[in-house]
Design a protein around this ligand. Structure first.
Ligand code: GLY
Length: 368
């Protein structure tokens, strides 16, 4: 077992410890036993992940004295629903999960967000451990306590900030991750470079140009990205300031996901395209030099990610439908859209923009 990252978030509800290292999956019970009083645990996974990684997690919990059960939700964004939330509550009730017991989210962003919310709301909050199994979950969604479900009128509209007691990431699980899943997670990795860290962005450019990413590069990249996430959440847990920057690419990305129907394109793919469009907007508004969007697009392309709305939209949306979807995004504050823009690579900032102003520029910024 080799620990690559061991760090803490000092959240309003208490400590959340993020531990990343090869082989940790088989030690989850030991982490749990140190911090959970009860001895009942429910592991939530999905129909893809369950077959691959559930057994070692259950075995580890049982070895550490837990009576551990599991429940599987269907893989895919559709499971981030009120219906699945209710399935989890029923399961917790059926297994007699009390406030001192444990819920483990074993999966990617969907399982993590859904399970985190179910744990936050069960008996007003039961301990949860996040065990990410997708790249996106490793570097973003499992860390920082955002939990929630989608509603028919928008993504993540019902949810809670609820810090997991532990985030236990074992990069060995990424070996079984389908390539498309890995690729979409890379968009969130590139995001950290774009908004905070030029040197990291350049490392990614260099590594992508050299061909497939090596295991050791992937490990370092995960540790770096997760480290950024922890740093940001420690500075601004409830997204009143710097955490907003993590929404780079998300305003247009979420709009595209909404127009196309959630799950039609992977979240990371939509975010990648949204980042290029936001960089183009930064150029158009004179905040950044021309060429910034092209540079981000080149890196995304090298990582096998699409870079324009045309590539992902399949002719299904227009600037107008995207604009309407963007207006219903919860990150719109008052009359303004709060857009994350760049002054350059590594220099993200938030700009309040009038919706009509963005609408007029949309046709120009949507294709690179
Ligand atoms: N995924 C963005 C955040 O956690 O704030």
């Amino acid at each position: 077992m080799k620990i690559m990252l061991h760090t803490d978030i000092y959240g309003g509800q208490g400590l959340s410890t993020i531990c990343i290292g090869r082989g940790l999956l088989r030690h989850i019970g030991q982490f749990a036993a140190r911090t959970v009083k009860g001895r009942k645990a429910v592991v939530v996974s999905d129909s893809n992940v369950g077959n691959l990684h559930l057994e070692p997690v259950l075995a580890s919990l049982r070895e550490s004295g837990f009576s551990a059960e599991s429940v599987c939700v269907p893989a895919g964004e559709d499971s981030k629903s009120l219906q699945m939330l209710s399935v989890l509550w029923n399961t917790f009730h059926g297994y007699g999960i009390t406030r001192t017991d444990l819920v483990v989210a074993l999966g990617g962003g969907v399982v993590g967000d859904l399970t985190g919310f179910a744990a936050a709301t069960w008996l007003r909050g039961v301990r949860v451990i996040q065990v990410p199994t997708s790249l996106l979950a490793f570097v973003d969604s499992s860390i920082g306590g955002k939990t929630g479900i989608d509603l028919p009128f928008g993504k993540n509209l019902a949810g809670a900030f609820y810090q997991p007691r532990w985030v236990i990431g074992d990069p060995d699980v990424l070996r079984t991750l389908p390539e498309a899943e890995f690729v979409q997670g890379m968009a969130e990795v590139v995001k950290y470079g774009c908004i905070f860290d030029k040197a990291f962005f350049e490392d990614l450019e260099k590594a992508a140009a050299e061909g497939p990413l090596s295991d050791s590069f992937v490990e370092q990249m995960i540790a770096k990205s997760a480290g950024w996430k922890v740093d940001v959440v420690n500075r601004d847990e409830r997204e009143g300031g710097v955490r907003t920057l993590l929404n780079f690419g998300h305003t247009l990305g979420h709009a595209a996901e909404k127009v196309l129907g959630y799950g039609y394109v992977p979240h990371g793919v939509a975010v990648g395209v949204g980042m290029v469009a936001a960089a183009k907007l930064s150029e158009k508004l004179g905040h950044a030099q021309v060429g910034l969007a092209e540079r981000i697009a080149a890196l995304l392309k090298a990582l096998k990610l699409p870079t324009s709305m045309d590539e992902i939209g399949n002719g299904l949306f227009t600037a107008e439908t995207l604009f309407e979807a963007m207006l219903s995004d919860k990150k719109k504050l008052g009359a303004d859209l709060h857009f994350v823009l760049l002054h350059g690579i590594g220099e993200g900032f938030v700009a309040p923009l009038k919706p009509e102003f963005v609408r007029d520029l949309l046709p120009e910024i949507l294709s690179v």
